[in-house]
Design a protein around this ligand. Structure first.
Ligand code: 2P0
Length: 319
């Protein structure tokens, strides 16, 4: 019986948004994330009569099949192993929630590949492998807070745990504003963003922003963490808007939600936002304010679906 590997998605508080090397997925900046309890991918790799990729019980072809098997081919070459593979994945990530499932997907896939071939790796080695599939997957090896240090080559670019079991009272409310698939992939968006005149200045701030975020986490300072995460997300979306040509993932509802967060803060309900490569907003808050924030969002956005997530665990084998 092959084992199933589970990896959780993560949300970046300091974003990865640019590659120094496309094929190796070396990032231009270091990033820091929070792994989420509510969203995960379960993946099993077994020997097959032919290469097959099943996602949520449906056999895949085309782009998603290609991406999975070009990744697996790289891994087979690296470890000198052969054979056709059957990949079965179940995504417990509402695709409509605007959360990147590629982080949990490629972390689980790297783990399940190693389990299938009996390859024993350290967490850091697994993080490097997952990175080849999707940059953000390098961080999904760990629970709690993880840092992906950008490094300068394949060896030095990997994620490590900052704190796998944080004591911080930190909730992430995922607000499903828009269920349409995004128009511009992350891979494309982060490439185009580099044409912004603000991209280099933003990059120059990366080490300082990361250090401030680490200090906020170590000091258990929610206000500092939230305001830094919000600033970093706004910087990412500012470089998108100022790219040549400019673009944005925002929809009218995204702007309305941003203003609502500011309004809640004015009312003394402390919360902050972060936004990824899509129109949906994620609210950072403490447990005591979850009810009030949810109530306000549901009333302003007519019964919008909101999922309350907190810290999730690192990668694991299920059976
Ligand atoms: C992040 N995002 O740090 C950033 C913030 C989206 C916005 O990582 O091209 O799917 O596969 O390495 O990891 C989403 O991009 O990109 C992402 P690839 P990935 O979480």
């Amino acid at each position: 019986m092959e084992k199933t590997v589970r990896a959780h998605t993560n949300i970046a508080l300091i974003k990865y948004w640019g590659k120094a090397n496309q094929s190796l997925r070396l990032p231009l900046m270091s990033s820091l994330s929070m792994t989420l309890d509510q969203f995960y991918t379960d993946t099993k790799v077994s020997a097959g009569p032919k290469n097959q990729f099943w996602l949520n019980g449906v056999e895949q072809s085309g782009q998603s099949y290609q991406r999975v098997f070009s990744f697996l081919k790289l891994l087979q070459e690296k470890f000198g192993v052969k054979g056709n593979l059957k990949v079965e994945s179940v995504n417990h990530v509402p695709t409509a929630a605007g959360l990147a499932s590629s982080s949990s997907a490629f972390a689980a896939l790297a783990g399940a590949f190693c389990v299938h071939y009996g390859i024993n790796l350290s967490a850091v080695e697994l993080s490097r492998l997952a990175r080849w599939g999707s940059g953000s997957a390098s961080r999904s090896i760990y629970g709690g807070f993880a840092i992906w240090q950008k490094g300068i080559d394949n060896e030095s670019s990997y994620a490590y745990a900052l704190d796998e079991k944080p004591q911080m009272d930190l909730q992430l409310l995922v607000v499903e504003l828009n269920k349409n698939p995004k128009e511009l992939s992350s891979t494309q968006g982060m490439k185009q963003a580099q044409t912004s005149p603000f991209f280099r200045p933003w990059l120059e701030r990366n080490q300082a922003e990361l250090a401030q975020m680490v200090a906020a986490i170590k000091a258990n300072d929610f206000s500092k963490l939230g305001s830094l995460a919000e600033l970093n997300a706004c910087e990412m979306h500012a470089v998108n808007l100022t790219a040549q040509p400019g673009f944005t993932y925002f929809e009218p509802a995204t702007i309305k939600a941003i203003k609502l967060v500011a309004d809640l803060r004015r009312l003394g309900i402390e919360c902050y936002f972060t936004i990824d490569a899509g129109p949906n907003i994620k609210i950072l808050s403490q447990l005591k304010n979850v009810k009030d924030i949810t109530k306000r969002f549901v009333s302003e956005f007519h019964n919008v679906n909101i999922i309350n997530a907190s810290f999730g665990p690192g990668i694991s084998c299920l059976n």
